[in-house]
Ligand binder design. Structure first.
Ligand code: CTP
Length: 132
């Protein structure tokens, strides 16, 4: 089974490792779409802290990940699922229900998020609690 998931994976943390490892356990081949800097600027109004090439390299270095690619448009999810011949789409529970439209082309599963950690929270802590 081929599994696909998407994310920014900025300021890489344990929640990212957990979801990728769990996604891989569903199949034998894990494909990860890492969202581009441009896509993040559009979504969040700022670029990620780590560049897309660094984020791609970090995610690709994990032993549970077999293939990475740059996700350049949110509208292309169905195209990517078909292109990479994914059988299962995995997303974190923050996306619960939001990808159900892809159930016609693959199985869609939502995993609970790792509690107590997120990229935004880390950025916030570093911004407000560390004097430089
Ligand atoms: N994720 C998770 N547990 C966390 C944080 C993220 O399972 N504690 C999952 C998300 O649900 C998503 C993937 O990791 O499927 C990539 O998430 P991403 O948005 O890159 O990370 P966040 O930490 O959620 O980033 P932000 O705080 O900027 O939203």
């Amino acid at each position: 089974m081929r599994v696909i998931t998407f994310g920014t994976f900025d300021v890489f943390h344990i929640g990212h490792v957990n979801i990728l490892e769990r996604a891989k356990e569903l199949g034998s081949y894990l494909i990860v779409g890492v969202s581009s800097d441009q896509l993040n600027i559009k979504k969040k109004g700022r670029p990620p802290i780590y560049s897309q090439s660094d984020r791609l390299k970090i995610v690709e270095s994990l032993h549970c990940v077999d293939k990475v690619f740059l996700e350049e448009s949110l509208e292309k999810k169905a195209e990517y699922i078909k292109l990479y011949k994914a059988d299962i789409l995995v997303m974190g529970s923050d996306w619960e229900g939001k990808f159900d439209q892809f159930k016609s082309i693959c199985d869609v599963q939502y995993f609970p998020r790792t509690e107590g950690i997120s990229t935004s929270q880390i950025i916030d802590i570093v911004k407000h609690h560390v004097e430089v």
